[in-house]
Design a protein around this ligand. Structure first.
Ligand SMILES: *[C@@H]1O[C@H](CO)[C@@H](O)[C@H](O)[C@H]1NC(C)=O
Ligand SMILES: *[C@@H]1O[C@H](CO)[C@@H](O)[C@H](O)[C@H]1NC(C)=O
Ligand SMILES: *[C@@H]1O[C@H](CO)[C@@H](O)[C@H](O)[C@H]1NC(C)=O
Length: 426
């Protein structure tokens, strides 16, 4: 995350023939030109739960025992992940963000959890989470302090990697606050990656390296992919439509840079799912779910699984949408076109299938109709000579067989999205 005090930049201190050609282009694009971090993890985008957006740095367990960052919170979420179908839907990682630590290292220089809020320590919490068949994620920072001011890992990369491995941690979110130079930033992210590897434990490595580089120079994604399993590019998500929109705008504006670098083992991370909280309307929640699937984004929910509407739960557990997100081909989708306040996004899937999302960008009026010739979809091959189209969101509906000369008409609510799956007729 970024805080005002933690930001690298702040206070100057831190910083046919045509068809054949398009098929060819598709396969050329498909050449994996960037090697992924070789730890065998994140072959599909990580799925789980992360505390930050919903619970932030609430450390007041006296006043708010049920929503402070404590072992009880993570144990309750782990229980619910299993009992309420989240685990079966594919959500696996229970992730701790900032504010779990004691304010200082122990006398041996090791990180330690806050003893009041985590009386059993992280190792016992990891055991508990593992006993449920889930995995545990933790948080640290490449610089001298975490964003919230807890001990940073600068100078301690090997020690901290070993601590996390000893505790049985399965994922590390590594933030970039309080880092005084781009050299320290790049060097730190690489060193922690190598340190995690030396522990011999399988630990998913979630970076914020490009996010902290962008203000200074364009990140080298080839390099980032060699060291990280996913990486944040853009600021923290908030529980608002404004925030979700800004992430989608950033992702489409920079798609020529970020889309091709994603693939099995390494993903662009547009940050947490905020579905099931306070800030998004139903249509906007549908938009987030649909577009995070198109973008091959890690699906890390930040919500309160103890208090979540049945509607949000059904959306987050939608197996068809999750299958798109987790498609084994692992190619990220992109915005195909934007006109008349509609956006069309598409994503190539395995078995020559495609996912298509059509957004109504207007925030006024009622549902609007959008018509597109299916020949424009899926690089002109998806519906050639014909295709079967299923609407997945907002509700599942078979739309039938489309010849390549036909048009597809959808009706979309303001700020909403229609998510479609296009398949070859068998
Ligand atoms: C460490 O890196 C090597 C070489 O890239 C790889 O074969 C091995 O699986 C990695 N180990 C872990 C635990 O990530
Ligand atoms: C951490 O602080 C020390 C001492 O002020 C400084 O030399 C070092 O460059 C800092 N490291 C980072 C990554 O900011
Ligand atoms: C990016 O990093 C890769 C791998 O380290 C390197 O081969 C390449 O030259 C770098 N690209 C640029 C533009 O610096």
């Amino acid at each position: 995350m970024i805080t005002m005090t933690g930001k690298l930049m702040s206070r100057g201190q831190r910083l046919g023939c045509v068809l054949a050609l398009s098929v060819l282009a598709l396969f050329l694009r498909g050449v994996p030109w960037a090697r992924a971090l070789d730890n065998g993890l994140a072959m599909t985008p990580t799925m789980g739960w992360l505390h930050w957006e919903r619970f932030m740095c609430n450390i007041d367990c006296k006043e708010e025992p049920d929503s402070c960052v404590s072992e009880q919170l993570f144990m309750q979420m782990a229980d619910l992940m299993v009992s309420d179908g989240w685990k079966d839907a594919g959500y696996q990682y229970i992730c701790i963000d900032d504010c779990w630590m004691a304010s200082t290292r122990d006398s041996n220089g090791n990180l330690q959890a806050d003893p009041m809020r985590f009386p059993g320590g992280i190792r016992r919490l990891a055991n508990y989470v593992h006993s449920k068949g889930l995995k545990l994620g933790i948080y640290a920072d490449v610089g001298n302090k975490t964003c919230a001011g807890y001990p940073g890992s600068f100078g301690y990369y090997d020690i901290d990697a070993k601590t996390f491995a000893d505790w049985g941690v399965d994922l590390l979110k590594f933030d970039g606050c309080y880092c005084d130079s781009l050299e320290h930033l790049a060097d730190g992210y690489k060193q922690m990656s190598l340190a995690l590897n030396r522990t011999s434990r399988s630990i998913v490595y979630s970076c914020e390296w490009p996010l902290y580089m962008w203000p200074f120079r364009k990140p080298n994604y080839t390099e980032i992919r060699q060291y990280c399993n996913h990486w944040r590019n853009f600021g923290d998500i908030f529980d608002s439509w404004q925030s979700v929109k800004s992430i989608l705008d950033w992702s489409s504006s920079n798609q020529d840079t970020i889309v091709d670098v994603a693939g099995p083992g390494g993903w662009n991370d547009p940050d947490m799912l905020v579905i099931g909280n306070y800030g998004l309307s139903w249509d906007q929640q549908v938009t987030q779910m649909a577009l995070w699937a198109i973008m091959a984004a890690p699906l890390l929910m930040s919500n309160d699984l103890r208090h979540i509407s049945p509607q949000a739960k059904v959306l987050l557990q939608n197996k068809y949408v999750i299958a798109i997100n987790q498609d084994p081909l692992g190619k990220q989708g992109y915005r195909l076109r934007k006109e008349d306040n509609f956006e069309v996004w598409e994503r190539p899937l395995s078995s020559l299938a495609w996912a298509v999302a059509i957004r109504n960008l207007l925030e006024i009026g009622g549902p609007r109709s959008h018509t597109i010739s299916v020949v424009f979809l899926g690089r002109s091959v998806a519906c050639n000579p014909a295709c079967l189209i299923t609407q997945l969101l907002p509700v599942k509906k078979e739309l039938g067989l489309f010849e390549w000369t036909s048009t597809l008409k959808t009706r979309i609510n303001p700020t909403g999205t229609v998510l479609l799956q296009i398949k070859k007729p068998s």
